[in-house]
Design a protein around this ligand. Structure first.
Ligand code: NAP
Length: 520
């Protein structure tokens, strides 16, 4: 079992007691009592808090963290030893003691005696590095074991980049169940969630967003609901979104809800990969080369869609033809043999949104006049899809040169934004970022251009109802929200990942509810 351990600090006994109850109610599987923050800490008070924590009937870890290892203050050896010995006496199932303290003669002797007298209490021997990686994490692990072979070894360091996580994951994979290794900070998120898949002794979570006792702790509710803690096991397949930034993405909520609805043993994580092609390739290689991580695939977003395409091309693996012509892959599927194939589901999402909303099949778009406003990444996917079905596309863009080069590449027409006034297309698609939250008053198309017989599709999906869509509704035009494209590209991606259809209703409700809660 990997204990989902809620780490609890407080200012007095009452606050601790309240938080123990909250942790239990939220599904904690163990409690860590962080004593170091108490200004008036004595061995007696420590013992009382452990007794209080044990009323939760959850395993209790007593921790009195040293300042230079992330704690609130430093403790003289005699004081620290007395506090931990009292916690052992009070019935703590585990005490956490730093290697550098435990190795000192004045601590080792008394703590050894206390542990011998209470064989139900186990020692978590820990080392925390606050800056950068350990010099040699494997040697440190061996040192810990040689000092106390029955110890649960705990090694924690900050990940400055997501690629720093792998040496910790490797040690966890090698060492097995009596081991705790994770990386602090946002870049270490995967080490906290995948701890269960890799059979770690525990992972830490916070009570809520505001009470983390270390950088990067995930609230226990999020661990259970968003990251499907109760379902994770060593067979769990791993998916995720590679991008930068990724923290506000709807994809983890969407995919995890879809996996839950179909009872699929998989988890979807945000992978923030800073850097460019080199860091991107190193991350994908590191994930794929470790078959025990059971990676199933990745969604890819800004700034890595072109890196994803180059990665697959360099490996000589399959790339779908539209991903090649768009010049970007937003989906990587990892096969059982580690082969990585590239796809682009953005164009499929856009085309599905358009045809389903108009109520036609893609061939009905043949020879239809379509105005694409914008010439960036999304415009490329939309133009590629439209030209593929034979629509008559004109690209309108603020920077005319970009419109011209996009049009030349896809053999369609280009014009400046002002020319839109004189056009009368059947469909207008906004592919600029105008109108996106927080600049919601902006509108890519003048109202005078809109007519009742048009279809107006805004790829911006936050807010759900943009100024452009409001203006289109006012003139009686048919409207399509960017959320429709987002939902449909995710459905196409799910299909690539799993080879089956997801429950569309579940995906729709996650996306719509999240977007409604994001904007007033
Ligand atoms: P991008 O590559 O940066 O392209 C941005 C486009 O917007 C360019 O054509 C740019 O024109 C234009 N633009 C920006 N500011 C402008 C302004 N003030 N006035 C006129 N034009 C302006 O971005 P992208 O990746 O294509 O994304 C565009 C939007 O698509 C995003 O903001 C997002 O809301 C939406 N999106 C939707 C989905 C979905 O699934 N629904 C997925 C991804 C993105 P210039 O060339 O002149 O700079």
């Amino acid at each position: 079992m990997t204990y989902l351990t809620v780490s609890i600090a407080g200012i007095d006994a009452d606050q601790f007691a309240e938080r123990f109850k909250q942790a239990k109610a939220q599904g904690a599987e163990a409690i860590e009592v962080r004593l170091d923050g108490l200004a008036d800490l004595t061995p007696d008070l420590a013992g009382q808090l452990i007794t209080q924590a044990r009323k939760s009937k959850l395993p209790v870890i007593a921790t009195c963290r040293e300042k230079d290892e992330g704690g609130a203050r430093s403790f003289p050896i005699a004081e620290k030893t007395a506090i931990l010995a009292e916690c052992i006496k009070a019935g703590a199932e585990f005490i956490d003691c730093e290697l550098k303290v435990f190795a000192k003669k004045d601590a080792f002797g008394p703590l050894k005696e206390a542990l011998k007298a209470h064989p139900d209490c186990r020692l978590i021997l820990s080392a925390h590095r606050m800056k950068g990686r350990f010099e040699d994490i494997n040697i440190l692990y061996e040192t810990m074991l040689s000092l106390w072979p029955m110890a649960i070894c705990k090694l924690v360091y900050p990940a400055r980049h997501i690629n720093d996580c792998f040496e910790g994951l490797d040690l966890l994979h090698r060492a097995g169940k009596d081991m705790i290794v994770f990386c602090m900070g946002q870049a270490g998120l995967m080490t906290r969630v995948l701890a269960k898949k890799l059979g770690a002794f525990l992972t830490f979570a916070s009570l809520d967003e505001n009470s983390a006792t270390a950088a990067g702790q995930i609230p226990v509710g999020q661990m259970k609901q968003l990251y499907r803690w109760d379902r994770l096991d060593n067979e769990t397949e791993v998916f995720g979104l590679i991008g930068n930034p990724v923290s506000h993405s709807l994809s983890p909520a969407l995919f995890n809800a879809a996996f839950e609805a179909e009872a699929i043993n998989a988890v979807y994580l945000p992978f923030r990969v800073e850097g460019d092609q080199e860091q991107f390739s190193a991350f994908v290689d590191a994930m794929v080369e470790r078959p025990w991580l059971s990676v199933g695939g990745f969604s890819v977003t800004i700034p890595h869609k072109t890196h994803a395409l180059d990665y697959v091309n360099r490996k000589g693996e399959f790339v779908d033809t539209l991903a090649t012509s768009i010049g970007a892959a937003n989906t990587l599927k990892v096969g059982f043999n580690g082969i990585v194939c590239g796809y682009n589901t953005d164009y499929a999402g856009a085309m599905d949104a358009l045809t389903a909303s108009i109520g036609v099949d893609p061939h009905a778009l043949h020879q239809m006049e379509v105005a694409v406003v914008g010439a960036g990444g999304v415009a490329r996917a939309v133009v590629a899809g439209l030209v593929d079905v034979g629509a008559y596309v004109t690209v309108y863009n603020r920077t005319a040169k970009k419109a011209e080069s996009l049009a030349e590449e896809f053999r369609c027409k280009a014009a400046g934004l002002d020319a839109l006034e004189r056009a009368n297309p059947a469909v207008i698609i906004n592919c600029t970022s105008l109108g996106m939250y927080p600049d919601v008053e902006q509108c890519a198309v003048e109202k005078g251009v809109l007519r009742p017989d048009m279809t107006v599709f805004d790829t911006v999906y936050n807010p759900l109802r943009t100024r452009l869509l409001e203006a289109a509704e006012e003139v009686g035009a048919k409207t399509i929200s960017g959320a429709e494209m987002f939902i449909r590209q995710a459905i196409a991606q799910y299909h690539v990942f799993i080879g089956a259809e997801p429950d569309e209703k579940v995906i729709r409700s996650v996306v719509i509810d999240a977007l409604k809660s994001k904007t007033p």
